[in-house]
Write a protein that binds this ligand. Structure first.
Ligand SMILES: *Cc1c(COP(=O)(O)O)cnc(C)c1O
Length: 402
């Protein structure tokens, strides 16, 4: 039986494997992947901002191989060298004082939610458990994480939701301030909303949230799962804003393709969880931590992030040129190499046409093309993508007008 038929028979049907895409990827190297027939594609999906260093980056492959030969797993009953070293490296390059490791973005946010509730009770009294998040946000698929996610479509069918969440308008500080009451313990937002359609926060909004949290003794949590790890041209997206959160979460690109999540906390928050409060069997696994160390070494290498910022400007400049040419394009937005193109038409159709021309790009919300290229992409590859987009968008625009 072929693989597609095997999946249909044996995998619980939670994923829409882009039926039109019908793609089985066999191999990846750098910014390219190859399908079963040997066709090559420029991968501007990057595993949804996981393959930030491209596919099978040699430093990541080597780190995984070396660690796998030494020790694959012990338990958090014992000390772990890769885990300790990864935490040290992350602390050195971020605003956090300490880290907790888990296996995914949703789990990192769960840890943040538990931390917020515990610290809320200590700081503001036994009732303080409510967390304010943003409409249109995305925080993962576990029960508390979908509740934190301010999009009703992710709640539908799974009610009742976890209690103690409320939703305010993103980039609207008054809307957040209006929801703060004596039961509130934290505010959680993505500095750049990803899944919701690539919406960067404004500087006034994030600094407003910081002030709001300071004056009410609330925990400020940034979800950096998608926008972190160099994606925007800084290790963490909030660095662009000069606003420091109490807690931030990471996952996606941290492990170079292996599953790892992390929560970084500073100050008082770094010491609020104690033995017995939280744990993860695989959290801080030696192999995933060794891979993450290789990712950190690569991203923090001289000039790497500066190059991402330049490429981000280059790519968004090219997309704005396209917009000037094609009224079909409504908006270009994003930060660094996390870019969205909103069109007045069917973005899924455009994504499908792009695939036929050797470009993988993701469509969100029906009208938005999301670009998450590997961070080591070359200008010529961006040019190739822009050419494909130009042809494809023209084609789609004509189809729609005819
Ligand atoms: C993907 C994502 C998550 C969930 O991560 P998983 O590893 O799929 O659990 C959480 N927050 C944001 C901002 C994300 O983009």
């Amino acid at each position: 039986m072929d693989i597609k038929a095997l999946e249909k028979e044996y995998i619980i049907n939670t994923y829409n494997r882009q039926p039109e895409a019908n793609l089985l990827i066999k191999r990846g190297e750098g910014v390219y992947v190859w399908d079963e027939k040997g066709n090559r594609y420029l991968d501007f999906v990057s595993g949804l901002s996981v393959n930030n260093l491209g596919h099978c980056h040699p430093a990541v492959v080597e780190a995984i191989r070396n660690q796998a030969e030494k020790l694959i797993h012990t338990s958090n009953l014992y000390y772990s060298e890769p885990q300790a070293r990864l935490a040290q490296t992350l602390v050195r390059h971020s605003t956090a004082d300490k880290f907790f490791f888990c296996n995914s973005g949703a789990e990192a946010n769960e840890a943040a939610i538990k931390m917020a509730r515990k610290i809320g009770k200590q700081r503001r009294g036994p009732g303080a458990h409510r967390i304010i998040t943003a409409e249109n946000s995305f925080h993962g698929r576990t029960l508390a994480a979908i509740t934190a996610t301010g999009q009703p479509k992710y709640h539908k069918g799974f009610e009742p939701m976890v209690s103690g969440f409320s939703y305010a308008r993103f980039n609207d500080i008054d809307s957040f301030a209006a929801l703060v009451d004596e039961d509130t313990c934290a505010i959680m937002v993505e500095p750049v909303q990803g899944e919701g359609g690539i919406y960067p926060a404004t500087a006034e909004f994030l600094s407003g949230l910081r002030q709001l949290c300071d004056s009410n003794n609330l925990l400020l949590i940034f979800d950096e799962v998608q926008c972190g790890m160099g994606r925007t041209g800084r290790l963490l997206a909030f660095e662009h804003y000069g606003v420091v959160p109490d807690v931030f979460t990471l996952a996606k690109a941290l492990g170079g393709g292996l599953p790892i999540g992390a929560l970084g906390a500073r100050g008082e928050a770094a010491d609020v969880l104690v033995p017995g409060d939280h744990a993860s069997t695989f959290g801080g696994n030696p192999v995933t931590c060794a891979a993450a160390l290789a990712v950190m070494d690569t991203i923090m290498d001289n000039g790497f992030l500066e190059r991402v910022r330049k490429l981000g400007d280059y790519f968004s400049g090219k997309l704005l040129e396209l917009k000037a040419d094609l009224p079909y394009i409504k908006e270009v937005r994003g930060l660094g190499l996390m870019l969205g193109l909103e069109i007045d038409g069917d973005a899924a159709l455009v994504a499908r046409l792009c695939q036929g021309k050797g470009l993988l790009v993701n469509c969100i919300g029906g009208k938005i093309l999301r670009f998450l290229p590997p961070l080591m992409v070359e200008e010529e590859q961006i040019d190739a993508v822009v050419n494909i987009l130009y042809e494809t968008l023209q084609q789609a625009q004509n189809t729609q007008n005819s």
